[in-house]
Design a binder for this molecule. Sequence first.
Ligand code: UGA
Length: 442
Amino acid sequence: MSTLTRPVCIVGTGYVGMACTLGLADLGWRIHGYDILPERVERLRRGIPPYREPGIAESLREHIDAERIHFFTDMESAARDAQVVIVAVGTPAREDGSADLNALWKAIEQLSLVRFATWPTIVIRSTVPPGTCDALAANVETWADLIYAPEFLREGSAVRDFLNPDRIIVGAEHPAVGVGYVQLLEQLQKPVVFTSRCNAELIKSCSNAFLALKISFANEVANMCDALGATSDDVLRGIGYDQRIGSEFLRPGIGFGGPCFEKDVKSMAHVAGQYGLGRELFSATLRVNDAQPHRILKILEGELTTLADTTIGIWGLAFKAGTDDIRDSLALRIVEELGRRGARMIVYDPAVPLAPLPLGSRLVHSALAATHADALMVLTEWPEFARIDPLAYAANLSRRIVVDGRNVLDPSRVAAAGLTYRGVGRWERATPEPLQLASGLT
Ligand code: UGA
C-alpha cells in the first residue's frame, strides 16, 4: 500500500476531529475515525453527527455511503494501516488555567500499543501549551514521528474553514517529517509554514489570544462610546478600515464565549506566569471579558430601575450564532445572573432545545413567544433576529425596552416601533408616536 492509498486515522470526533474527517474525505482521502466513546461511534456509523453545523449531516451520510469514512471503537483497527494519524482530542482548562492533557497522553499511550504496518507520523491538532509536543515526541521517538499542525477553524463553519485556511502551519523537527501530512492538503493550494513544534504551538495560542484581545478592545471602545454619547458602529468601522488593524473580530457585544478563547488566553497567562513574564495583556483581556456581561446587565437595570420580579425575554443562548454549543456561553452566564437578581426569563434560541435555566424560567420554541415580557435582551448574534419586524413584538413588551447585547437589530426600526433601543455603544430612543402596531402576530 503506498502512502497515498493508506487510510488517514483521526483520533477524536469532536469539532476539530469531525472537521478533519469530513474535510479530508471531501478531498478524496479514506478516513478511519476513532473515538473512545462507543455510543458516539455507534451514532456516527448511522450518519448522526455529534454537533450541529449546516451541511455536515448530509456530508457524513454521503461519505459513509461511498465508504470513504469508517468509524472504529478499537485503536488497533483504526490506526494499523495508517501512515498519518491525526490526534484531535479535548484539552480543557483546569481551575488554575493550565491545560488538562490527560486525553492527549491517553491517546498516545493507546497508539503506542498499535502494530503499525508502516512508520507512522502522528499529527497533533489539539490546542496545547508550548512545549507539549516536544515532550510527546520524546515519548514516541522509537515508533513514530510527531508533528504539530494547529487548526484555526471556527464552530459553525468548521468544515468550510478546514477547506479554506489562511495558512497551513507545520511544526516538525525537520520539514521532511511533515511532507506526508502536507500532501493530504496539497489540493488546497495554501501557503505552508514549516517551523518548529514549539513555534507552531505559540502561533496557535497567540492567534487566539490576539483575536480575544481584539474583541476586548472593541468592547472597551464601545463602552467608551456609551459614556461619551458616541456611536460604536462608526467608531469601530473607522478604526477597522486601517488595513494594519482590520475590521474582523472588532464587533462589540456581551464578550467572547465558547470553549476556546477564554481557555487559550488563560493558558497563555499561566505559561507567562511560569516563566516569570508579564501576563498583564492576557489578564486584562480576560478581565474586560468578565466585566462585559455585567455592563450589559447594568444597561438593562438602568432602563428597568430594578431587575427583581421582572420578566425578561431572551433571544439567544449559544455562545455564538451558527452553533448549538452553550459551553462557556456568556449568554447563559447573563441568564443565570438575571435569575440571581430575581428576574424570570423566557428564552428562545433557534439551535438550543434544552438548557439549564434558573427556577421559574423556561425555553420556548419561537422568537415571538419569548417577547411576552417586560423587556427583551438579544444575547446571541443570530442574523434571523434582525429579520423579525419589531412591530410584530413591540406590543408584547410591557416596558418597551430592547437591550441588544450583540448589536444585531436595526436601532431605527426598533425605535420606530415605539421601543427604546439600547445596544453596545449605540442606542435610539423610541419615536414619540409609534408607527401602527401589528397585532395577532404571536
Ligand atoms: C475560535 C477561533 O476563531 C478559531 O480560529 C480557532 O480555531 C478556535 O477558536 C479554536 O481554537 O478552536 P470559535 O471559538 O469557534 O473559534 O468562535 P469565534 O467565531 O472565534 O467566536 C468566539 C467568541 O467571540 C464568540 O462568543 C463570538 O460571539 C465572539 N466574538 C467574535 C465577538 O464577540 N466579536 C467578534 O468580533 C467576533
